[in-house]
Ligand binder design. Structure first.
Ligand code: ADP
Length: 491
């Protein structure tokens, strides 16, 4: 270890109300994806013993947290939202440094986490069951929603504070205790979220953070019989694995997986508006959103000129250090991700797909120290090709020309995913036909495929989800179970 790295901070797990190192003492390094010489911190590289301690702490706190009034739980979430609101600038900067999205996006996401905490603080005062008429006029018949118990929250790196917030806030609001395993690429945002919740007054054991790898932390966590619910956002492959594990032991599970999200652009659309939202949907956060636009399905009459304009706009995006104010596009999150995306792009080029702009890694002007890939556009992409079917999770957009709305919807639906979708048109009839015909859980007309407000349900159809929804009123359904109560007067 050199003298310069000795000032690098070290962060522990949060278990039973205490910050502590991994039982083994092992650490993992967290580096800036825009500049791998920049070591952000060292975090607990936890193992089974730490998972065990976190679950035990969650179990011990479960009954008293479940019996705490919902309003009191909401007050803590509200306090946490205030604490985070006061730290949005720092949080946004740390997010950009750790994950690689731009400072503006980092601040935006941290602000969104504040709003999510606030929203679920308010949800605690909403009805928690329903009253029904009974066949017997004297019977009081109602349902009440009760917490599941201990839940595992397993999150990806691409929204390192918003996704944990939108899972943890409802889990806590509705009376569960939590073991939180964040992505190993973004542990600092996880620490910051847990800090505000702890400072806001969560009792020990209610929220436990265990950082570390999928194999050492994630696996033992999801396999533990005491963990009743699992809320996971991440890759399809891992989601399918977790679904099997949950099915075998009867745990409740919620999956948010990938997308291959289409933006359909019809000839009658406001093309300036369409251009803006297609480019932003495809390229912001370096294309690493599960709701990112990866297919522009464009009516043939305008496909040529629209593709040209897309190419100019995408080719002109300023790629660089996410903390620099002029930067529009940052790096990919890791070297592995950058190599994978560059490999997919090279493969498409070899297969003869028409490249309009981008198409390679960027290494000039110091970008070789980070994981940069040029924003890339392909024209005339076949809907059945790899580029038309697979989620690349990077700054890559393909244009698919079609003859009108019916074909556009058919092409849009011919993938295994169904997370989000957009249509650009001025025609109300076409907009309504699109909303009816498209297989997607989140549907936009004249706005980009990405974006989710906390008060409405979020989730996908088909392979993008598991038929449950997050956020809004839907969150209560996942994080609670129903009890039906018949009360009759004594005879
Ligand atoms: P991403 O690359 O988008 O983070 P992954 O699906 O690889 O997607 O990971 C999402 C989260 O799930 C991460 O926190 C990761 O460590 C965790 N994870 C990955 N594999 C497993 C597994 N087999 N069991 C439990 N958690 C896992």
């Amino acid at each position: 270890m050199t003298a310069t790295t000795s000032a690098v901070p070290t962060y522990g797990n949060y278990i039973g109300g205490e910050w502590r190192p991994a039982a083994s003492g092992a650490l993992l390094e967290n580096r800036n994806p825009a500049d791998t010489d920049d070591l952000i911190g060292r975090f607990a590289a936890s193992g089974k013993a730490d998972v065990e301690a976190a679950i035990a702490a969650g179990a011990e706190a479960a009954a008293s947290w479940a019996n705490t009034s919902a309003i009191a739980r909401g007050n803590i979430l509200y306090k946490a939202s205030e604490l985070l609101a006061a730290r949005v600038e720092r949080g946004g900067r740390e997010l950009a440094r750790e994950e690689g999205k731009t400072l503006k996006e980092g601040i935006g996401e941290t602000t969104r986490a504040v709003q999510i905490l606030r929203y679920f603080a308010g949800e605690t005062a909403q009805p928690n069951g329903e009253h029904y008429p009974s066949a017997n006029p004297l019977t009081l018949l109602y349902t009440v929603r009760e917490p599941l118990g201990i839940v595992a929250i397993i999150t990806p790196w691409n929204f390192p504070i918003a996704i944990p917030a939108w899972k943890i806030a409802p889990a806590l609001a509705f009376g569960n205790t939590v073991v939180f395993k964040p992505a190993s690429l973004t542990p600092l945002c996880a620490v910051r979220l847990v800090e505000v919740l702890a400072e806001a007054g969560l009792p020990p054991g209610v929220l436990n953070l265990v950082t570390g790898s999928a194999g050492e932390v994630g696996e033992p966590l999801v396999r533990d019989e005491r963990v009743v619910g699992i809320s996971f956002t991440g890759s399809n492959a891992v989601g399918q694995e977790l679904k099997q594990i949950a099915a075998e032991r009867g745990a409740k599970i919620q999956l948010e997986l990938g997308g291959k999200n289409p933006a359909i652009v019809l000839a009658d659309a406001d093309l300036d508006q369409a251009l803006l939202h297609v480019v932003n949907g495809a390229m912001m956060s370096t294309g690493q959103k599960c709701t990112a636009t990866s297919r522009a399905i464009v009516e043939r009459a305008i496909a040529g000129p629209f593709t040209q304009r897309l190419g100019e706009r995408i080719g002109g995006l300023r790629v660089g250090n996410p903390l620099a104010p002029e930067t529009q596009i940052g790096p990919l999150v890791s070297e592995e991700a950058a190599e994978r995306v560059a490999g997919e792009v090279a493969q498409a080029r070899q297969a003869g797909v028409q490249l309009v702009t981008g198409g390679s890694r960027l290494t000039e002007n110091g970008l070789n120290r980070g994981h940069f890939v040029a924003p890339t556009l392909f024209a005339d992409v076949s809907p059945e090709s790899r580029l038309g079917q697979e989620e690349l999770f990077g700054p890559v957009l393909g244009v698919i020309p079609v003859d009108g709305l019916d074909e556009a919807i058919a092409v849009a639906n011919r993938v295994r995913f169904g997370l989000s979708a957009s249509l650009f048109t001025r025609d109300l009839g076409k907009a309504l036909a699109f909303v009816r015909g498209i297989q997607a859980g989140v549907v936009h007309v004249n706005s980009e495929t990405a974006g989710a407000e906390p008060q409405v349900p979020f989730g996908g159809m088909k392979g993008s989800s598991s038929y449950s929804r997050e956020q809004g009123k839907a969150a209560r359904e996942f994080f609670t179970q129903l009890k039906t109560v018949y009360i009759d007067p004594p005879a």
